[in-house]
Design a protein around this ligand. Structure first.
Ligand SMILES: Nc1ncnc2c1ncn2[C@@H]1O[C@H](COP(=O)(O)OP(=O)(O)OP(=O)(O)O)[C@@H](O)[C@H]1O
Ligand SMILES: N[C@@H](CCO)C(=O)O
Length: 328
């Protein structure tokens, strides 16, 4: 990989599950992480977390760096001796806003983009095309479930499924379709101050569910795609589910209390991903307020739904990352 190759990248966070679409349905959210990766002549790794940095390692264990190394291995590309990664993160970690999936998507996309000649030769600031299917496949495999990653890759609302585990490929193949979202749907997110690691939330899930409950869930998952695309008035019944929220209630009791209160008022409230954020899908966002503001300090966001996902461009090294990524 040539010294001087440089890529700027922006990737949205996401919500996952949306009720019955456990591990399959994703929704991109307008909360963005930005990265700059530069191949340096000086050997070694430099990770710049910025002033708002969250608590993550700055060596090869950094999730974006570790993913870049993994993606280069997968692509058969040799790692550069010198690498600088600048991170400007606004997706809060451990909240169910898809931070780890966005970091993995960023890592795969940065590695792919740096391996292309455009990363060195294209005019500064020009877009670098990405093989989004490759980014989606590897990101879903590394994350362990494709829902958040697919939304960060493609933007909008996504439904993902694994096509085969037949052993012909080293990775299962993730297939993703984008739903043509009804234009009136708006997300409202209630962000808590506390974190819940996804691994903890997954550890409390049962190994099996009764067949009758799986059948109920599958009906609502089908209804969810109709409500999201055709008829948002069905979002309340379409976001009822049987696979994960009740089973995790003990892991995020405040989130479930807020969801119960919002749903009792007719709002389609669900746990966002593995929690503990709460997502409400609505056509009347101004009517969605915390019914019990005293109970927990929720930060209310109206992030919008980006129509595109991860984007890369030849870095403009004279410009700071924040100024640059605003323009990608
Ligand atoms: N942008 C990032 N940069 C570096 N490491 C990250 C980043 N995002 C997540 N991580 C790592 O992943 C861990 C949190 O991941 P986790 O999956 O628990 O939360 P999440 O991705 O925010 O939530 P969810 O997957 O439910 O949406 C962090 O503790 C950190 O180690
Ligand atoms: N579908 C995942 C999303 C969190 O990463 C879960 O609920 O565990």
């Amino acid at each position: 990989m040539p010294v001087g190759a440089a890529v700027d990248l922006v990737v949205p966070g996401s919500s996952a599950n949306l009720g019955p679409g456990f591990d399959s349905v994703g929704l991109a959210l307008g909360v963005l992480d930005s990265y700059r990766a530069v191949v340096r002549e000086a050997p070694g790794l430099v990770v710049d977390l910025g002033e708002e940095s969250q608590d993550v390692p700055t060596d090869e264990r950094h999730l974006v760096v570790a993913t870049m190394y993994r993606a280069w291995d997968e692509l058969g590309v040799q790692r550069p001796e010198g690498l600088e990664l600048v991170c400007r993160n606004t997706i809060r970690m451990g909240r169910g806003m898809g931070s780890s999936a966005a970091a993995i998507v960023a890592g795969v996309a940065l590695a792919s983009a740096l391996a292309r000649p455009e990363a060195l030769e294209a005019p500064e600031g020009s877009p670098i095309p990405l093989d989004l299917d490759f980014v989606n496949d590897l990101s879903g495999a590394l994350e362990g479930h494709p829902d958040n990653a697919s939304a960060s890759v493609f933007g909008g609302a996504t439904v993902s499924y694994v096509e085969s585990r037949d052993g012909e490929r080293s990775l299962p193949r993730v297939r993703t379709v984008r739903l043509p979202l009804h234009p009136d749907i708006r997300p409202v997110v209630f962000l808590p101050s506390t974190q819940l690691p996804t691994a903890t939330a997954r550890a409390v899930l049962p190994a099996t569910v009764p067949h009758a409950e799986a059948a109920l869930n599958s009906a609502r998952a089908g209804l969810l795609t109709f409500a999201l695309t055709q008829d948002p008035s069905l979002l309340l019944p379409a976001t009822t589910e049987w696979l994960h929220q009740e089973q995790r209630r003990g892991a995020y009791p405040q989130a479930m209390a807020l969801i119960d209160a919002l749903r009792a008022r007719g709002h389609a409230a669900v746990v966002s991903g593995a929690g503990p954020s709460v997502l409400v899908l609505t056509t009347t966002p101004e009517q969605v307020q915390d019914p019990d503001e005293a109970a927990e300090a929720w930060q209310r966001l109206g992030p919008g739904i980006p129509a595109v996902g991860v984007q890369a461009a030849r870095a403009t090294l004279r410009t700071s990352l924040g100024e640059r990524t605003a323009a990608i």
